[in-house]
Design a protein. Structure first.
Lengths: 159, 422
């Protein structure tokens, strides 16, 4: 179930438009903020709030690279696989990440910390290779830098 | 001021807030326009400036705006949309302005909206630009507070509401009509044209969709005039262009320079040439969906007409360099995989042709090349050429492939085993 606060935020987004459907991507992102991914249950709830059929909403949800219809880990790693990053060493970074995390592209680590996904051009090609982790952009990557970044996310939260 | 788009950017990567933007002449054009110019006056100035679209297609901006129905009988509301879904691989120019000077975009949008008498606008921003989203949100609030946005702008009878829409990542959203469907909350499939969006766009109302860089040219044109703007250029078309270079050059980056600067000057003077141990083989001059050019073309001016005459397109104006250590076939495979993944699947040639193309290329690289593969690839470039698909995605995808087959044919041929039938 969505929380009342989430439902309220979705209604508010829908209020910005003459047609509630226009808020559907925003609504799915609100769901992901709280739950990381969009389950069938949540999809049905959002569809009802926006006056859409679940099928129509799912056709939009599955269209986007960043709406997740399967569970993802705490931090989603989006590794740019487009042309400039490919030229500048994407394949080496990918191999290193797969080895360090023990997962293939599209998989989540056993501890649920990371999901590793390939991503289309991140628009920072002058500082390739690049990736985003949990929404933060990291560029000019090399293996050492990748290790350092992963380490930061692995540290237990300070108390 | 010969760099009207980026000359005022802060060197520390920070953002110009409203006060800082006003200090360098920001919103002066808006004051002037609402006080003393009619929409027709503004349209004439922009048309005379010979500003052309900076998103890839290069359509003359004034002409595009002239198709919007005007007058009391025109359908309402009309919309102006900034296409900030920068997702063309190898392109990172709009990010600079969105992060560094969002008020320039906002002022450009208000002025453009005034010209077509649009009352509502959206900035369609890609999800990955998190920093830009924060800064645009703050800038919009500042502009509303100051009376630059909202009802009766600066005491005039003109009103304009502007909102930020952040998308969720899909190349198709950058296609004009796909973007309209995305804003309406549908899959970003392209729409049939005609009707063109200028007449029937968002929710069936007249709509102009314009690239970020294009819109940012409008305030300086109106502040300093069309003649000044034409004088910035080394080309028949007006203004400057944000050029950029990625790949194995010494100093990758993006720089605003006169429209019509040569490729050689950008590559050698700004990007400082190739990295040690690498030599130049070719370049995609304006993003992933443009034809390769080679050494012989380096003195080509980077403007619309010259790049086209050389056999490619100016596109976004951001170059991707191919060096001698990078596999041509591998690079083309990377490009075709991107396009295959980002195809919306709406029309058959694109949905099936792009994965097929990628499979042939992958076969070549994995030692499974067969006689006839190059002919099959050439067939794809014709089947997915202009006119055979619903939108420009697949024809764009064919541009690097067809030109790679032309200029680097031996790289493909050597992956095909000689017939052992003899």
């Amino acid at each position: 179930m969505l929380t009342e606060q989430e439902r309220e935020r979705i209604r508010e987004e829908a209020g910005h438009y003459d047609y509630a459907q226009a808020a559907c991507v925003e609504a799915l992102k609100i769901v992901q903020e709280g739950h990381r991914w969009v389950s069938d249950e949540h999809l049905k709830e959002v569809a009802e709030l926006l006056g859409m059929s679940p099928e129509a909403l799912d056709s939009v949800a599955t269209f986007y690279n960043l709406i997740f219809r399967q569970p993802v880990g705490e931090n989603v790693i989006l590794l740019c696989d487009s042309v400039s990053c490919w030229i500048m060493g994407y394949e080496d970074i990918r191999a290193h990440l797969k080895e360090r995390l023990g997962v293939e592209l599209g998989e989540t680590t056993a501890d649920g910390k990371f999901t590793l996904l390939p991503m289309a051009c991140l628009g920072t090609c002058d500082r390739a290779p690049a990736m985003m982790v949990g929404g933060d952009l990291h560029r000019n990557l090399d293996n050492g830098k990748v290790d350092e970044i992963l380490g930061r996310y692995r540290q237990p939260p300070e108390t | 001021m010969d760099r009207p788009l980026t000359g005022d950017l802060r060197s520390d990567g920070g953002v110009l807030d409203l006060a800082a933007y006003e200090k360098v002449g920001g919103y002066e054009a808006l004051h002037k326009v609402v006080r003393e110019m009619t929409p027709a006056d503004v349209l004439k100035e922009v048309t005379d400036s010979r500003l052309r679209g900076r998103g890839g297609a290069g359509f003359p901006t004034g002409q595009k705006w002239s198709f919007v129905p005007m007058g009391d009988d025109a359908p309402k509301p009309k919309f102006l949309i900034a296409n900030a879904d920068e997702m063309e691989p190898g392109t990172f120019k709009d990010r600079m302005i969105l992060e560094g000077n969002p008020h320039l975009l906002i002022e450009g949008m208000i002025l453009s909206a005034y010209t077509i008498q649009a009352t509502n606008g959206y900035i369609f921003l890609r999800w990955a630009y998190k920093v830009a989203a924060e800064r645009i949100t703050r800038a919009l609030a500042e502009a509303y507070d100051k009376g630059y946005l909202g009802k009766n702008i600066l005491g005039s009878d003109y009103s304009f509401e502007l909102h930020l829409h952040t998308s969720a990542g899909r190349y198709m959203c950058g296609e004009e009509t796909g973007l309209l469907n995305a804003l309406e909350g549908k899959r970003a499939n392209p729409r049939a044209k005609p009707p063109f969006p200028q007449v029937s766009g968002l929710w069936g109302k007249p709509t102009i969709v314009q690239n970020v860089e294009t819109l940012c040219n409008v305030p300086p044109i109106l502040r300093h005039g069309a003649q000044w703007y034409l004088g910035l250029s080394r080309s028949e078309d007006g203004g400057t262009k944000i050029y950029g270079v990625s790949g194995k050059v010494r100093r990758p980056g993006a720089w605003e320079m006169p429209l019509g600067t040569t490729m050689r000057e950008i590559l050698e003077r700004r990007a400082r040439g190739m990295r040690e141990g690498h030599s130049f083989r070719g370049v995609l001059p304006g993003g992933a969906s443009t034809d390769f050019l080679v050494e012989a073309h380096l003195d080509t001016k980077m403007d619309y007409g010259s790049v086209q005459a050389a056999g490619s397109r100016l596109g976004t104006g951001l170059m991707i360099v191919l060096d001698d250590k990078t596999s041509v076939v591998g690079m083309v495979l990377n490009l075709e995989r991107f396009f295959a993944q980002e195809s919306c699947g709406w029309c058959t040639p694109c949905r099936d042709g792009l994965p097929w193309t990628a499979r042939i290329l992958q076969g070549l690289l994995e030692g499974r090349g067969r006689p006839g593969d190059l002919e099959r690839l050439e067939m794809q470039t014709r089947m997915m050429g202009p006119g055979n698909t619903f939108c420009a995605l697949a024809p764009g995808a064919m541009e690097p492939l067809q030109s790679a087959l032309k200029y680097f044919r031996e790289d493909f041929e050597k992956l095909i085993p000689k017939s052992d039938a003899a």
